[in-house]
Design a protein around this ligand. Structure first.
Ligand SMILES: O=P(O)(O)OC[C@@]1(O)O[C@H](CO)[C@@H](O)[C@@H]1O
Ligand SMILES: [Mn+2]
Length: 441
């Protein structure tokens, strides 16, 4: 048995405390013990398999650098598996101090900040930040996106779904948005297609596109949406107060199928409500395997603009025009890859907080955003979302998230118990979803 299992307690996470691998009967424990080492092994294997391609793309020194990277990543995997303290990051990047201070702060409270006793969010974010650092500290591989091939494969698997969605959107925009009932039906359909797109992140599914080809039959999935505020969002969207604001912000999650559904949703909103400008928030570094970087965003549009299907090409062209005209913009703020919950944004990234405060609504995509929004705690599932936000309220907020971690809020009494009976893995497998709309208070 590995040392780490001895450190953890055979317990479920108690209510209202931070999720942590300290509790053996938690998804956090399973992630740190099993999933994180597998992710590191996968990177090492891919690098070993594709070394010649990497050397071709970068310079000759990269062969040596690759060896160093592989050895550093193996060492790192061993540190996790043997529950060593998190080592300080070393580069001079601006976010390093944020990480190192956090490690120190937890050490003061916990004795040592180790993988199996500290906060799960810190451990998991640290892993992705440390991987990035290993590459950054080489001479030749600093800009290498080691998840690029996985993200691109994922896109390739959903080309057929992209064509279906593009054709559907064309039908909708050709008809126009003068009929209120039709507009509402389409916005809600795309919103839900977008919600289910979140099932396809690479860190949990490792790339299975599942049943998403059934992309637009969203109503048959409605019973799996445990909180559905989509109608409230729509009602606000068409209210005057809402529509006098200029921006809608989307904090993107995964590349591949989910990003396609983001583009469809935001294109439909941009066509129906041309007064809005859309700001897409992306990650500054490869993150949780499939998260969108600015390069992924442009790569996706470029691929779509070269597909066989003419309607998909026209859709890509339209998206590119939105970007070049400034109706859409892309923001890559380093805060999104900090290990902190969003209640700390005002203090740690006041510039970003002020951008979001200027928005009609901020749409948070996916599971990790949900964890950060609601403070990564094992809340009682009936806790009101406003309470779990702990003061983070720059604007109206909308969350579109399939449940893939053991945190959920805002459920009616009895719902969590029903789900538990239906499926003991209901908080891990992404089969259930939540759509919370939180108006300004
Ligand atoms: O944010 P996403 O892409 O929806 O999901 C990220 C995720 O796969 O990573 C974590 C586990 O490693 C969980 O929070 C979640 O399941
Ligand atoms: Mn993700």
């Amino acid at each position: 048995m590995c040392e780490c299992t001895d450190m953890s307690m055979d317990l479920k996470t108690p209510r209202n405390v931070y999720l942590s691998a300290f509790y053996k009967r938690s998804f956090a424990y399973h992630t740190v013990k099993n999933r994180m080492p597998v992710i590191l092994t996968q990177i090492i294997d891919t690098l070993s398999r594709t070394k010649l391609d990497v050397v071709k793309e970068f310079d000759q020194n990269s062969a040596e650098d690759l060896k160093k990277v592989i050895s550093e990543l193996s060492k790192f995997k061993y540190e996790i598996q043997t529950n060593k303290p998190l080592t300080k990051l070393q580069s001079d990047a601006p976010d390093i101090k944020i990480y190192n201070d956090y490690i120190d702060k937890q050490a003061t409270e916990e004795g040592e900040t180790t993988y199996f006793n500290t906060i799960w969010l810190l451990v998991e974010c640290y892993m992705y930040r440390r991987i990035k650092e290993v590459f950054s500290l080489t001479d030749s591989l600093g800009s290498f996106d080691y998840f690029r091939s996985l993200k691109q494969e994922q896109f390739n698997k959903c080309r057929a779904a992209t064509v279906i969605l593009s054709k559907h959107l064309k039908g909708v925009t050709d008809r126009g948005f003068s009929d209120e009932k039709f507009t509402q039906e389409m916005v809600l359909t795309y919103l839900k297609a977008n919600l289910w797109g979140n099932k396809c992140d690479l860190s949990v599914t490792l790339g299975k596109v599942n049943d998403v080809l059934n992309v637009l039959n969203v109503t048959e999935m409605d019973r799996f949406i445990l909180v559905d505020d989509s109608q409230k969002f729509y009602d606000n969207l068409s209210s005057t107060e809402f529509s006098t604001a200029v921006y809608i912000d989307v904090v993107l999650d995964n590349a591949g199928y989910e990003l396609i559904t983001d583009l469809i949703l935001m294109s439909s909103l941009s066509a129906a409500y041309p007064g809005f400008k859309v700001r897409f928030h992306v990650k500054v570094m490869p993150w949780f395997i499939s998260d969108v970087t600015e390069t992924d965003f442009h790569w996706t549009l470029q691929e779509m603009s070269q597909m066989n299907d003419e309607i998909t090409r026209a859709f890509a062209k339209k998206c590119k025009e939105f970007v070049s005209s400034g109706q859409w913009s892309i923001i890559a703020h380093p805060f999104w890859t900090y290990p902190y919950e969003y209640k700390f944004m005002k203090e740690l990234a006041p510039d970003l907080y002020s951008i979001l405060s200027d928005s009609a609504c901020v749409i948070f995509k996916g599971d990790l955003n949900y964890r950060k929004l609601f403070g990564e705690k094992n809340w009682d599932p009936t806790t009101p979302p406003l309470e779990a936000l702990q003061g983070f309220q720059p604007s109206r907020l909308l969350t579109l998230r399939t449940i893939k971690a053991d945190i959920v809020v805002g459920l009616q009494p009895g719902v969590a118990e029903r789900c538990e009976k239906e499926d003991s893995k209901w908080m891990e497998n992404g089969d259930y979803g939540v759509i919370h709309f939180i108006p300004k208070s």
